[in-house]
Design a protein around this ligand. Structure first.
Ligand code: SF4
Ligand code: SF4
Length: 151
């Protein structure tokens, strides 16, 4: 399948999951929901700045997730690919992990939301691994399959 379809679908599922978390947090408290909503774009921009800006796909307009490559082109100056340091990986991914983990406690209060949230993320992850990463040329990415390093 065309990587653009799987790339966009996976991102779409992640944003639907985040939308569910926003809904639940707003129902608990307007302040919680508002803070979470402000953090979402900041967390993704942080990943894009650290990770995507140095990805070979953002240089040639062939981002596997389409959207992130477009954002790099609009907001940042793509730079030459080089391996990510451990600090860069932590700074890029830790806020993302917190963004996913933080709403779990409140989502658990409505199990259907909790399981929908996790299922959407799991399906998105499976789509990325099976339908986006194969063929990706970002050999510095930890998710890059063995074939990626030979491209
Ligand atoms: S392929 Fe992955 S790392 Fe590269 S620009 Fe797209 S989303 Fe970012
Ligand atoms: S290997 Fe997968 S997760 Fe990593 S940049 Fe490529 S498509 Fe994205």
């Amino acid at each position: 399948m065309d990587y653009r379809i799987t790339g966009i679908t996976s991102i779409g599922l992640v944003f639907v999951a985040i939308g569910i978390a926003m809904y639940q947090l707003f129902s608990i408290s307007f302040l919680f929901g508002a803070v979470y909503t402000v953090c979402v774009p900041l967390v993704f921009l942080n990943v894009i700045y650290i990770y995507c800006r140095r990805c070979t796909h953002s240089l040639d307009g062939s981002c596997r997730h389409v959207l992130f490559g477009l954002i790099v082109g609009r907001l940042f100056k793509p730079t030459s690919p080089k391996p990510y340091t451990l600090n860069e990986i932590l700074i890029a991914l830790l806020p993302l992990v917190i963004l996913i983990a933080l709403p779990l406690y409140w989502l658990w209060q409505i199990p259907v939301l909790f399981f929908s949230f996790l299922t959407l993320l799991a399906v998105a992850g499976a789509i990325v691994v099976k339908g986006v990463c194969p063929g990706c040329k970002n050999s510095s990415c930890a998710m890059c399959p063995a074939t990626c390093r030979r491209l």
